[in-house]
Design a binder for this molecule. Structure first.
Ligand code: G5P
Length: 216
């Protein structure tokens, strides 16, 4: 008998721990971890047309347009019809959620609620390598050498947009765009929300939920 395919999405604002939680889900339950940010970074590194376009938005801390995102993400998912996966960072808008819904059914959507103040602290500690889009956090995942990208050895920079006053506006903007996506999955009955200030404290609850949903 073929094992059931399991598909999960992790939603949350920038800095909420989507990547960290998704990596743990993938590791603990044997799912493939797919990250929209990684798809973008791969395309930026390869200088594809989509990558060149996306880079302009990411450098300004803006969302990449829906048509670029669906063009990058959906074909990947379509090659994975026989695999179980956890998708991190997509969908971020209702248009993306609708496009995803047209190609597959999700089993679980996890929404991370992390207080504003915590996100502000984490993001203001964030440094990036502009050429690749690699992101570091000086407290939680610092680079091996202070201020320097692990892979290229090039200097890291901090965005003006990660300054506290701009951050507040960015996080509000995220909330406005994400709310209808969260509402949509709540209406479908597959939304599970988790709140907290530390990933390590949220994780056991997510792990026990998935333990009841993912067949051994
Ligand atoms: P990404 O790569 O999806 P963001 O900005 O949404 O990037 P980010 O910063 O990667 O999200 P995350 O995945 O929610 O955050 O969280 P994470 O990486 O696990 O943790 C964030 C930081 O906090 C890390 O440094 C981590 O080590 C630290 N951390 C985690 N837990 C804790 C904790 O408990 N305590 C502490 N102290 N630290 C912790 O997307 C990049 C860009 O691509 C575009 C957008 O422009 C986006 O900004 N993009 C899209 N645009 C449109 N539509 C889409 N679907 C898009 N997807 C990506």
């Amino acid at each position: 008998m073929m094992a059931k395919i399991f598909r999960a999405v992790v939603l949350g604002p920038p800095g909420s721990g989507k990547g960290t939680i998704s990596a743990r889900i993938a590791h603990s339950f044997g799912l493939q971890h797919l990250c929209s940010g990684d798809f973008l970074r791969e395309n930026i590194a390869a200088n594809t047309e989509a990558g060149i376009l996306a880079k302009k938005y990411i450098q300004k801390n803006l969302l990449v347009p829906d048509n670029v995102m669906t063009y990058l993400v959906l074909p990947k998912l379509e090659t994975m019809t026989k695999k179980s996966w956890v998708l991190d960072g997509f969908p971020r808008t209702v248009a993306q959620a609708t496009a995803l819904n047209n190609i597959c059914d999700l089993d679980v959507v996890i929404s991370l609620n992390v207080p504003f103040e915590t996100l502000k602290e984490r993001l203001s500690d964030r440094w990036i390598h502009p050429a690749s889009g690699r992101v570091y956090n000086m407290e939680f995942n610092p680079p091996q050498v202070h201020g320097v990208d692990d892979i290229s050895g090039e200097p890291l920079v901090q965005h003006d947009d990660d300054k506290p006053e701009v951050l507040v506006a960015r996080l509000r903007h995220y909330k406005d765009i994400a709310k209808p996506v969260v509402d949509l999955y709540r209406a479908k009955g597959i939304l599970h929300s988790f709140s907290g200030t530390e990933t390590d404290k949220i994780w056991p609850y997510i792990s026990s939920l998935l333990g009841t949903k993912i067949p051994a």
